[in-house]
Design a protein around this ligand. Sequence first.
Ligand code: IPE
Ligand code: IPE
Ligand code: MG
Ligand code: MG
Length: 318
Amino acid sequence: LNIAEDISLYRDDINNGLSDIYPDGPLSLTKPIRYVLQGGGKRLRPLLAIFSAEACGGCKDDVFSAALAVELLHNFTLVHDDIMDQDYFRHGQETVHHKWDDGIAILSGDAMLSLSLNLLNQSPLAQQSQMKIFIEGLLAVCEGQALDKEFETKNLVSLDEYIQMIDLKTGHMVGLSAELGAISAGVDPTVREAVRDYGRLVGRAFQIQDDYLEIFSDSSNMGKSLESDIILGKKTFLMILALEKNSSMMNEELKKAQIDFSKSIIKIREYLDNEGIKESAIMEIDTLLKLADKKLSSLPIDKSKFLYFSELIKRRGH
Ligand code: IPE
Ligand code: IPE
Ligand code: MG
Ligand code: MG
């Protein structure tokens, strides 16, 4: 079997594992949760957890419930993120708060967190240390999301502050996925930390790519609504560079976008392209993914699945 075939089998296993995770309960919880988990997520975090376990000499079964736990945690953060970002479309379908209401979305998210912790608790190996980093990862996401919100109304956000924010909201969770795999395989702390750092850098690249795609891709391709970064004044990688270059022009365009988004997005794209900011983002993503791979270079493990994963991220179109 090659790695691409593995991925498609693992995705099926993950989807099966999530499909009936919460069958009995009030319909206002079971329905939205089933709906979220049947949506078209890429399942990147559980895939990374499984790859990491295998690369470190372990196996899928030992990390599987932890991998599902991380995907549930991720989806819980997305349900709440869509309330915060007022987005109405995700995974090719209406978001929970839009299809139902905010209350249902908050509650479904909370219940998914509980289901996630419960799954992690069933993880066969090294439960204690997995639980510790999982809980830390959860707080990291909250902190990152808090900074993301704070930055909306802050005019001057530096690239350093931005990196700190995305490492918390996205990097920690990807690092956690990789680290859970390493723990399940019982590797020593040096390997475990390097694998975690690999994941964090991949997560950093991933979020910059997400910022990039939110501007340069389209909603049907991404399967999610793509206006909120502009409409809410998010400080994304590209926006920070643009504001540094010519903040009066960009602020003017961001104001106009509130009235005619489709006209403004074309102008914003042109500007980012002409100023070389689009290219800077592409180069930064590439640099970070290379840096991530380098974290693994001296480790006594089979790196092929990690390298494949980095390539997968690099080439992703959605
Ligand atoms: C979306 O993550 C949230 C970010 C961290 C940018 P994914 O793109 O991995 O989410 P899925 O695949 O839709 O679940
Ligand atoms: C999502 O960040 C990160 C978390 C849910 C923690 P974004 O808000 O940038 O991602 P999308 O664009 O909604 O997927
Ligand atoms: Mg957000
Ligand atoms: Mg969002």
